[in-house]
Write a protein that binds this ligand. Structure first.
Ligand code: PGA
Length: 229
């Protein structure tokens, strides 16, 4: 089965015309395109095969045809978004009928102190804590070690084995949460066409969340190809 590719454009591109052009180039089945909020509507109009996603919860997402929303991304956590706010947004997203993409992962300091497993277990338990009315909701959970995001350099790249061990903890935390819906597990953190195959080849991951490389049309195509089986 093909795996999922979530394209997280972050603050790029800068103009609507560029966003529409990038959306056309990314319009392939199995991709979730997550543009900046100001372009969500226009990008949604263009997509035929890819699904529309957003980078955060917003009340108007279902109306513009979005099917996914990234919640708890490390950039928001670092700006002060708390676990409590994240769990509320997960609940709201699911209640609106969208699939939340919960991001979890330890910071560099926690990584060095060996606290990764405790952190991801807590982030999952807390993130899913307001889903009691939507116990059967479909979810994605992305493991993104914060120290491996946006570096594109060898020194801090997470290995597949390292990421697989954290996913095992995440799966356990989901089981303990009592969530019954289908959960899709993703990996994110400096994924490019050079390492996508390694993570995509792991049975533990059903997809990838790609930031920087998703802005390059050649890269997104090459990564997508590695997710097709
Ligand atoms: P990156 O971003 O692929 O540029 O590291 C990942 C993300 O969006 O979290």
């Amino acid at each position: 089965m093909s795996k999922l590719l979530v394209a997280n454009w972050k603050n790029h591109p800068k103009t609507e015309a560029e966003a529409v052009a990038l959306a056309r180039a990314s319009d392939m089945r199995g991709i979730v395109v997550c543009p900046p909020h100001e372009f969500v509507r226009e990008v949604g109009v263009v997509l035929e095969y890819a699904a529309l996603g957003a980078q955060d919860y917003a009340p108007d997402l279902a109306v513009v045809g979005a099917r996914y929303a990234i919640i708890g991304h490390s950039s928001r956590r670092s700006e002060g978004e708390t676990d409590d706010i994240i769990s509320e947004k997960i609940g709201l997203t699911a209640a609106d009928g969208l699939i939340p993409i919960l991001c979890v992962g330890e910071t560099e300091g926690s990584h060095i102190r060996g606290e990764a497993d405790v952190i991801v277990r807590w982030q999952v338990a807390s993130g899913l804590s307001r889903l009691h009315k939507n116990r059967d909701a479909a979810l994605c959970i992305t493991y993104e070690p914060v120290w491996a995001i946006s570096i594109h350099a060898g020194a801090h790249e997470a290995t597949v084995t390292y990421a697989e061990a954290r996913i095992a903890c995440i799966r356990e935390a989901v089981m303990h949460s009592g969530h019954r819906g289908v959960v899709t597990y993703l990996y994110g953190g400096s994924v490019t066409s050079a390492n996508a195959g390694l993570f995509a080849g792991s049975a533990e991951f059903s997809g990838l969340l790609v930031g920087g490389a998703s802005l390059q049309t050649e890269e997104i195509r090459k990564i997508w190809q590695q997710l097709q089986k």
